[in-house]
Design a protein around this ligand. Sequence first.
Ligand code: 3HC
Length: 678
Amino acid sequence: MTNPIRTERHDNVLVVISDNPPVNALGQAVRAGLKNAIEEALGDSAIEAVVIRCDGQTFFAGADITEFGKPPVGPNLPETLDAMEASDKPVVAAIHGTALGGGCEVALACHYRVAVPSAKLGLPEVKLGLIPGAAGTQRMPRLVGAEAALPLVVGGNPIPAKKAEAIGLVDTLVGEDSLEADAIAFAKSKIGQPVPRASEGTANEDGVRDPDIFDRFRASQARRIRGFDAPNAAIEAVKAAGQLSYAEGVKKERELFTKLMTGTQSAAMRHYFFAERAANKIDDVPRDTPLIPIKKVGVIGAGTMGGGITMNFLSAGIPVTILEMAQDALDRGTSVMRKNYENTARKGRMSDAQVEQAMGLLTPTLSYDDLADCDLVIEAVYESMDVKKQVFSKLDEVVKEGAILASNTSYLDIDEIATATKRPGYVVGMHFFSPANVMKLLEVVRGEKTRDDVLATVMKLSKKIGKVAAVSGVCPGFIGNRMLSKRQEQANELIMEGANYWDVDDVLLEFGFPMGPFQMGDLAGIDIGWHRDPTKVTTIREALCAAERFGQKNGKGFYDYDEARNRTPSDEVKQIIADFAAREGKEQREISKDEIRERLLYPMVNEGAKILEEGMAQRASDIDVVWINGYGWPLYTGGPMFWAQTIGLDTVVAGLEKYELPVSAHLREKARGTGKFD
Ligand code: 3HC
């Protein structure tokens, strides 16, 4: 392997350059190269300052995650950085791209940091279930203060260079096109001065003066960090930076880091990091497939779904023509979009000018002809095969050749929809999740005839509009809803057998889902699709509607709701369910939370295995990506398939057998074999 680190001399400044594509991850060779380069600088009296920079798209984007879990090979990052900071010749980090994780820790170990305005800096380790492990939790608060360090270390979101300069993380911004020259000039200006070391900084005293900032911060993040181990460890580490000496603080950081690194949450979140990236790749579609340029998009339907889909494109700067059947529906849809943008602006996440810019890209219309020159049209109309076919046949007539025709259907057969056109190769499913402008998942449904360039284009586009995409084959409900229906079946069955419906919801909440199925029913409205005849009761939902329990909208559904929408289990509902079960001849019994959890989740894993067996998902990790991004499956368990592996596929099989539920051949085979799906 060629050495990824080289050095260049510019008078009395040694410029140390990393060239380790794609993201200059700090693998062993990079660490060794950096350490040698510092030694070279220290051992050479002609060198009076050092600049560290990277070639390619970015400054070091972190430790090399692929090395995690493998036997460590020295030098490790902390010792490399300590050697850097110990230098009494000034060391300057010259930052472009994203200085993340270990990369940000390199910058912190340097005596000075200069950055181009487009650069970002951050400590995203929590997103991998970790905390910074090369003294980042100790140097950062000493440099910028505990209050400024907390969101960086605990939240994990990078900040722009300008903000980094404002909090003292970056010393100065330099020219976008003159990073190296400006960094060298900056380094020269510091020669002969005592070097400032972040480890000796005192900004962390803010956390000593006001120790409540840690509890306040924890409380403000309560909802976001529920269930995750790393954010609490991160708060503890930053707090330790104010309570302990630097050396003791580093020791504390190491303890916390090691515990997280060997735990299942971090393993799950690292699995997810690679799963998300793998999901965007389609194994049998060549990487260099030419893409179809998407300059203009059409959306049919200005309801909640169509409007949400449209906003994704507007926000990404892509013009959208939106079609409705009637003017009032069109006006309503347009004004909802505007309101959503204005709300975002009110929260400070968008400027007024950006709102106008996005809305300026929208063309409402009542005429199909206005879709003629779109490169992609997505329909979000009523879920009926007949309606969809009519829409596609009309689109086929009016939209230019070579344009992609996509359906947002959540369960209908894309291949059948495609038969309504003369261009089945250009038909694809783009299943967004509600609210479509917020939810990250895009399930891309690959029809039997969908062309490679159509798929490649949609996968690329998904990134541009900020979605996480995964490909599903054509089967009822695709990956996500197909597995959801198995969970729902069991939820319904469990309450018929006597489980408390609130226990069913609570089991899922305790597992880490944001909501259970009965809470979800109340939120969406129990009367959706109800026939409105209170005398006709064939399901529990109909029994609730007959008792005028419609959900949150009238303050009572499965639960009773107070003004603040807090839920309380209802004795009336428990009785309605018991009566209904008795009528159906179902005996009710007490059911434990363990049984509830196993019966809700194991059948999902079994269905996932069937999806894999049928080739409806490319890989088990794609299923994890779907469930984490579309249905709130807790990230820290890694998704249903990864989770099943961590508890043991044989445990899942035994559980299914215990409850006399079906076990797929594929699941059985994997349980007997490696215990892994891939
Ligand atoms: N280690 C190993 N591989 C990495 C990596 C890393 N830290 N970061 C990215 N990669 C790989 C990706 O897997 C991907 O590989 P692929 O092409 O084979 O799929 C490739 O680099 C490009 O990555 P992206 O597709 O994500 O490229 P983008 O341009 O969209 O994003 C990025 C670039 C913002 C740097 C993004 O990759 C990212 O956020 N990386 C992770 C950053 C991170 O979490 N750093 C902290 C690591 S933990 C750490 O540093 C511990 C320390 O405290 C001791």
